[in-house]
Design a protein around this ligand. Structure first.
Ligand code: HEM
Length: 406
């Protein structure tokens, strides 16, 4: 591998960087155990990257890849780099993220690509066609269940993208489910652009080599894409309300609720992860916790300003850039509503429509917390701590009851 890099450096053509070989080297042993000679070589390359000739897009991609590949080497491993969030093209990368359709489309494309990739890995592993993450392969029953749940999770986005006939009946038996999953993978692959495919491949650098970590990473990436979409919806809702358009605000809140509800089957998919597999690979993910999810905390803080004790707890100290935005006065839906009421700008109908939408979003968000808590408690045990330096499951138990709006 080091030789391949040295050969590439003699030409130093950015677009010809041997990504596939580097990713293979990582996936063979897991990010935690990558050969230090290779890491030193990559770190040295990073130092000279800015001087290399090439397209700015290629430059940006390699910079992003090295950011995630060298996180453990630099001792700055965290949730963003574990999931390679900077490499994936989500709603915030839409040509105009404030354009509802554009942001939704980016989220849909990424969701179907991530789910199809999970299923392809499961099918390949079952057929003995891949040596990636070889430890603790699941049995046929689990693979079949993952195919069924993956199909269910991808269906709404697939339909919106025009990649599946909404009237197509789900196939109930086991072999039919595997065939449908393989068909989904083919359809999505044909629709995926080469640059999207490359980014997908670069965004899978597991900490270890246990099969189920693949599913774990991809499901987290799917949820992150949904949270990013929610953040766009809520930002637009605050703007709508501030500009005297409560119905627009309610529409965006309803879209946010629908987006979060639609992501719920991903929890069922993740629940097929074996507890012992999770407990084994999480030894190497210490330091990367979803408590560091910026999009999740932005969503929370766009609903209402967090109470001082929450803002001064691990919840927000783990996302300093979001905390800074809150302290700088991030506008919230709660705040916009109070201002509109104080200025007597809401008609009874407008207020009612908005109240229903807020109620709907609040219920969906609390439901998300509840499902997440149950899954975490099952995987970790009631009192086990998390990887984000909180007391773990008890932290989540308490966070369930934090009001979404005032
Ligand atoms: C095996 C499954 C999971 C387990 C065991 C788990 C466990 C935990 C734990 C213990 C925490 C508390 C922070 C810490 O100490 O690390 C946490 C926080 C969090 N998790 Fe998970 N989690 C799981 C799956 C997920 C998934 C799929 C998502 C979707 C992105 C997610 C999103 C979050 C978020 C956003 C927080 C921060 C919540 C807050 O600060 O209020 N988790 N998780």
């Amino acid at each position: 591998m080091v030789r391949a890099l040295a050969e590439w450096r003699s030409e130093a053509e950015l677009s010809a960087f041997p990504y596939a070989s580097v990713v293979d080297a990582y996936q063979l042993v897991g990010k935690h155990f990558v050969d230090r000679e290779l890491l030193a070589c990559l770190a040295e390359l990073r130092d000279t990257l800015a001087t290399l000739p090439g397209d700015p897009t290629d430059q940006e991609l390699l910079t992003g890849f090295l950011d995630t590949a060298l996180d453990k080497w630099d001792e700055r491993y965290d949730y963003q780099t574990y999931l390679a969030l900077g490499l994936l093209l989500g709603p915030a990368n839409a040509s105009d993220p404030s354009d509802q359709r554009a942001a939704q489309r980016r989220r849909d494309r990424l969701t179907v690509q991530l789910v199809a990739d999970i299923l392809q890995f499961e099918l390949d592993a079952e057929a003995g066609k891949t040596e990636r993450l070889p430890l603790m392969r699941p049995d046929a029953r689990i693979v079949s269940k993952r195919c069924r749940l993956g199909l269910r999770a991808a269906r709404p986005a697939l339909t919106r993208l025009g990649l599946e006939d909404p009237a197509a009946a789900p196939t109930p038996d086991r072999s039919g489910v595997a065939e449908q999953a393989a068909e989904l993978c083919r359809t999505v692959r044909l629709d995926t652009r080469p640059d999207e495919q490359l980014r997908l491949e670069l965004s899978m650098l597991p900490a270890y080599t246990i099969h189920d970590e693949y599913l774990f990473i991809r499901v987290l990436q799917c949820f992150e894409s949904t949270f990013a979409l929610l953040a766009e919806h809520l930002t637009a809702a605050v703007r709508g309300l501030t500009e005297g358009q409560p119905v627009v605000a309610a529409g965006r809140l309803d879209a946010a609720s629908a987006g979060l509800r639609e992501a719920a089957p991903l929890f069922s998919l993740l629940a097929t992860m074996r507890i012992e597999a999770f407990r084994d690979f999480r030894c190497y993910t210490e330091g990367a916790s979803a408590i560091q999810s910026r999009s999740y905390k932005i969503v929370e803080a766009l609903c209402r300003t967090p109470d001082p004790e929450r803002l001064d707890s691990a919840a927000f100290h783990n996302v300093p850039e979001v905390r800074d935005r809150v302290l700088a006065g991030l506008p919230t839906l709660d705040g916009a509503l109070r201002t509109a009421e104080a200025d007597d700008r809401l008609t009874p109908e407008g207020r009612e429509t908005l109240a229903q939408a807020m109620e709907g979003f609040s219920t969906t968000f609390v439901q998300w917390r509840q499902t997440h808590y149950r899954l975490a408690a099952r995987m970790l045990g009631e009192e086990r701590s998390g990887t984000g330096y909180t007391e773990g499951v008890p932290y989540l138990r308490d966070a369930r009851s934090i009001p979404v709006f005032r």
